[in-house]
Design a protein around this ligand. Structure first.
Ligand code: PRP
Length: 208
């Protein structure tokens, strides 16, 4: 048996950060030994079946949309923000979180509040969520540490991911409402899937 060459490998983008270790662990447990050496951002398993690219979370949908990676591991939150459409192949068994509206525990709106002022990294989601419900709002975009917004007075509300709740607690914030559940999924670029569906389906079977 000969190993596949790199060009023949399925291409998979995985996100840097908190999902990276869990994704690599899952791949290793299924026989795909992925090691990124010397700060390299592309690695292929020794069998030459899977070429894995390590990309920034928020850039991952862009790489899959353009077919640079045919497959991607991504949160449903990031996919929604990107606006791109992919085939969802499977839910992965880690990284489930909740998208929540939160505020300071002691926040009391004064008088009539005509517009909800909300800070978020997830501006598309927040905008659509409130618009669909006819709730007037002003969305302020931040790129991280969103919990600071109510603490510093930028906005009384945030829409953000809550996993353990420890970041909210540490900043004296509380969940007002859970808006959506978020999971981590394996997705495919639709055109890539059409060309490689047999091998992709086999990969999905292995990962299940
Ligand atoms: C996410 C999210 C919250 C935190 C929630 O941020 O935006 O800030 O994790 O997790 P917890 O409920 O377990 O405390 P992330 O760590 O990705 O960093 P960021 O705020 O810089 O985007």
């Amino acid at each position: 048996m000969t190993a596949r060459n790199q060009n023949d490998a399925l291409t998979l983008a995985i996100p840097k950060g908190r999902l990276q270790d869990r994704t690599e662990e899952l791949l290793r447990s299924r026989g795909y030994e992925i090691r990124f050496e010397d700060r390299k951002l592309v690695a292929t398993d020794p069998g030459g079946q899977l070429q894995v690219m390590l990309v920034k979370n928020s850039d991952l949908p862009t790489y899959v949309h353009h077919g640079i990676a045919g497959l991607g591991v991504c949160g449903t939150d990031g996919i929604y923000e990107s606006g791109y459409r992919f085939f969802t192949l499977m839910d992965l068994p880690f990284g489930k979180t909740r998208m929540c509206l939160a505020s300071r525990a002691d926040y009391r709106p004064e008088g009539d509040v005509h517009r909800l002022r909300v800070a978020s990294k997830f501006t598309r989601f927040a905008h659509d969520y409130f618009q669909e419900r006819g709730i007037p709002c002003e969305i302020i975009r931040l790129d991280g540490s969103v919990e600071l917004a109510p603490v510093l007075g930028l906005a009384p509300y945030i829409v953000d991911l809550v996993e353990t709740g420890s970041t909210l607690r540490a900043n004296d914030l509380m969940v007002i409402e859970e808006l959506a559940t978020v999971s981590v999924v394996l997705v495919a670029n639709p055109a890539y899937y059409k060309f490689h569906y047999k091998r992709i389906d086999a990969l999905v079977d292995t990962l299940r």
